[in-house]
Design a protein around this ligand. Structure first.
Ligand code: ZN
Length: 304
């Protein structure tokens, strides 16, 4: 039976049709309605019906979206304001008369990479996206680690260690989540710009920082050292709790060689002497991991 993965972002919804072997057959994108929940639901219904028309079947459905999804299916997402507090799974399930799986998009990424991507063959896989934000999900033996409230793996909201704050005299930022000094504010893309501004004074993009790094600018190198200290200590904390065999990295920041190539020793600096960092790998499926992971969850639905 065909399976549909829907990856709902703050600006676009990607829909992908997979065959029963999970080969992607077709995918397309539409704008995300973010202000009116009824319009949002209607858009999802139409996307599924378009997929049904294409396959001639009533396919299984998995949805990935940013923000927290409680086990009851309630969404809490800053990126899609109209969906916050709503039960998308149940509402759409009624409209389409079939069961639907829904999960946080980063957890979809982690599942996709654990089952058929860079984490394949490893027992304990942590998927970490570092892009405009920093979020993660953990899989054990190819299954998502489900928790009561759904926030396990949110390493972006571990606080900045005091010794690193003091070493670089870093400003303490208030995070969008309401807490203070969450590492997301330093390690996600916008965080790189903040670090550079703190050290050099100039406002530049992460891409411009990479260029300056390649030109061996001392301030850019200083930012890299600070960045590696923060991400290294964060992943060391993660390893102390979960000890993943591999951390699969996704998102724009994971494409920066200077970060990925130097990350293992940066993690080991904050582990016990003589212990090794988890393997570090780049995601295999890139941008399509979200729809693929959502489809994997959809494929696992057992209609009774
Ligand atoms: Zn936070």
């Amino acid at each position: 039976m065909a399976v549909y993965g829907l990856d709902i972002g703050g600006t676009k919804i990607e829909t992908a049709i997979f065959d029963h072997k999970l080969n992607m057959i077709k995918s397309w994108r539409v704008d995300t309605p973010t202000e009116d929940y009824q319009v949002f639901l209607e858009t999802l219904r139409q996307l599924v019906e378009q997929a049904d028309d294409y396959t001639g079947e009533r396919g299984k459905i998995g949805i990935g979206m940013p923000g927290l999804i409680t086990p009851e299916g309630q969404s809490l997402s800053a990126n899609v304001p109209c969906a916050t507090g709503k039960y998308i799974r149940d509402d759409l399930s009624k409209l389409l008369s079939r069961s639907i799986a829904i999960e946080n998009d980063t957890r979809c990424f982690a599942l996709s990479e654990a089952i058929s991507g860079a984490g394949k063959g490893y027992e304990r896989v942590f998927g970490a996206i570092i892009g405009t934000g920093a979020a993660g999900g953990f899989c054990k033996k190819g299954t998502l680690d489900k928790t009561r409230q759904g926030f396990a793996g949110e390493y972006g909201h571990i606080p900045l260690p005091a010794d690193i704050q003091s070493k670089y005299q870093l400003p303490v930022h208030q995070c969008g989540c309401g807490l203070m000094a969450c590492v997301e504010n330093y390690v996600a893309g916008p965080g790189i710009s903040r670090l550079y501004q703190h050290i050099n004074g100039a406002t530049i993009s992460p891409q411009q920082w990479v260029e300056r790094l390649k030109n061996k600018e001392p301030d850019a190198q200083h930012v890299l050292n600070c960045y590696l200290d923060i991400l290294g200590s964060t992943f060391a904390s993660l390893a102390k709790f979960l000890e993943p065999d591999v951390i699969v990295l996704g998102g724009g920041v994971s494409l920066v060689d200077e970060i990925v190539d130097n990350l293992a020793p940066a993690i080991e600096k904050y582990l016990f002497a003589g212990f090794r960092a988890p393997q570090l790998k780049r995601a295999l499926h890139g941008d399509s991991s979200g729809v693929r992971g959502a489809a994997l969850l959809g494929a696992a639905i057992n209609e009774t």
